[in-house]
Design a protein around this ligand. Structure first.
Ligand code: NCD
Length: 308
């Protein structure tokens, strides 16, 4: 699933995946989605395999859902939480690399604050690497679970109007989603404060436009995808929560402009009163918790494809 033949197939980004590969993962994900009150399937597909989760950045849902996914497929998991703040990228990665190789895992799921860190490891290790978020670059399984969530509610992504709103500049979630949505022919509208919406992102694919006013972005939207303000990646003094909310917080009056059955999405963690109001977060338009559930099913499909 990677572009380079030299690295064993992992999942590094959405940009280098073609549409048919994405479709295959999304289709297989349906097999792993529980019906009604059922729990996720328990299988032995990956029995005897071990999956390392190596997280240099905070994570709740992504790390836990990868671990649940691996275990539900019968794999063992080894969880390594490393603090990246005091060590330089080169040192920490090389040290960690040696430790990991000694454990002989079958795949490494990794998150790192540096864009390109999983690609770096993939070039040096002979085992598949799954990118669970690298800096501001990509978060491929998030875009896959978002696409699955949209397709659970719509027959197709083609020609849907998807507004992605917030701190686009620092969002790997936005980048992976822009690639995926544009490959599938959606109309993508990026919106946020001008300092957080770089113009060049409009050239990442077809059908991408930029708007700076919420009303313009949400009008007639099929999907409104909100993003967390990435305070940890901002170097300038950020807007206060209340000021940000006044201009870019999603509220019921915005949803009144969107399509009547529009979906509200957010990768989490959500900040109520900054990115969206509680009325919207808890409304029937919100599929935020469906995204969390789909995170496990998508990651089962990805791990099965890589290791099964
Ligand atoms: C996202 C991330 O870490 O990129 N979270 C997640 O994986 N669910 C988004 C975020 O932290 O804002």
């Amino acid at each position: 699933m990677t572009t380079s033949a030299a690295t064993p197939a992992g999942l590094l980004d959405i940009e280098s995946l073609d549409r048919s590969e994405i479709e295959a993962i999304l289709e297989r994900t349906r097999f792993f989605q529980p019906q009604g009150d059922e729990n996720f399937r328990r299988l032995e597909t990956l029995k005897g395999k071990s999956v390392v989760t190596l997280f240099f950045e905070a994570s709740t849902r992504t790390r836990v859902s990868f671990e649940i996914a691996a275990r539900r497929l019968g794999a063992d998991t080894i969880s390594i939480a490393a603090q990246s703040s005091s060590v330089s990228k080169g040192e920490s990665l090389v040290d960690t690399l040696n430790t990991l190789v000694a454990m002989r895992p079958h795949a490494i799921v990794m998150r790192h604050a540096a864009s390109g860190a999983p690609q770096f490891l993939a070039r040096h290790l002979k085992i598949p690497i799954v990118n669970a978020g690298d800096g501001t670059h990509e978060h491929p399984t998030q875009a896959l679970l978002d696409a699955r969530t949209i397709l659970d509610n719509r027959p197709s992504i083609e020609r849907l109007r998807v507004a992605i709103i917030g701190d686009i500049a620092h969002s790997r979630v936005a980048r992976s989603n822009i690639h995926l949505l544009s490959k599938f022919g959606a109309e993508v509208v990026l919106c946020g404060p001008p300092s957080l919406v770089p113009q060049e992102l409009a050239s990442l694919g077809n059908g991408i436009t930029i708007r700076y006013k919420m009303e313009d972005a949400v009008r007639d939207a099929d999907v409104v995808m909100m993003l967390r303000v990435q305070l940890e990646r901002q170097h300038e003094a950020p807007m206060s929560a209340s000021e940000y909310f006044r201009f870019y917080g999603l509220r019921p009056e915005h949803m009144a402009l969107a399509k009547p059955d529009a979906l509200v999405m957010h990768p989490g963690p959500i900040n109520r009163g900054r990115e969206l109001s509680s009325e919207v977060a808890d409304s029937k338009s919100s599929v935020i918790l469906n995204q969390v559930g789909n995170g496990i099913a998508v990651r089962m499909a990805v791990l099965e494809r890589i290791l099964g």
